[in-house]
Write a protein of this length. Sequence first.
Length: 229
Amino acid sequence: MSIKDNYQRIREMIPPYADIIVAAKTRTPDEVAAVIEAGATHIGENYVQEGTQMRESLGSKARDITWHMIGHLQKNKISKALRTFDVIQSVESVEHATAIDARVERAGKQIAPLLVEINIGGEESKAGLSPDEHEPFEEYMERCAERIARLEHVRLEGLMTMGPRVGNPEDTRPYFRRVKNIFDRIAALCLDRADMRYLSMGMTNSYRIAIEEGANMVRIGTAIFGKRG
């Protein structure tokens, strides 16, 4: 099936309230242009330089797209990321959010929407806040959200998690369920400077489970583009 067919098939399969972030890591401008022509409105990149190059390569096709930073963001790349991306999904700590906050105005913006990344499986290979390091984790996340919500130039808009890498996607369910519980707890705080709108969970092998457990944003690459060469 073509990129267009793959995207539209997935779009029809999942609820209309769930946004598809097309994960464009290592993909070519022609591939990304094809998925935009198929109707995609959200593109995610893992690296700042690649995201910047992709956006520039696509020219007018990039204009109506929301660009998401979904990979690890080094502090020395924050300013460039703010000029390229509309949403940063990979905020790893209060300190990380604070560093972003300090650079927003210099990047020519008023507010930068953020999602806090949770490493819910406590995997050493992944970034984000981990339950293994911050128990009791639910209470810790509430305190983090409160501190981020006090920052002047960022807006906390939700949480992001990948879920652990497992053979059976069903095994991700309890992890996604726990992140949804944390999301709901933070939303219930009704923080003045936060707007808990997005729960970004699930990738190609797990997005169906993630949506069943409350995700309204999924990050899909391989199921759209096919396996990388």
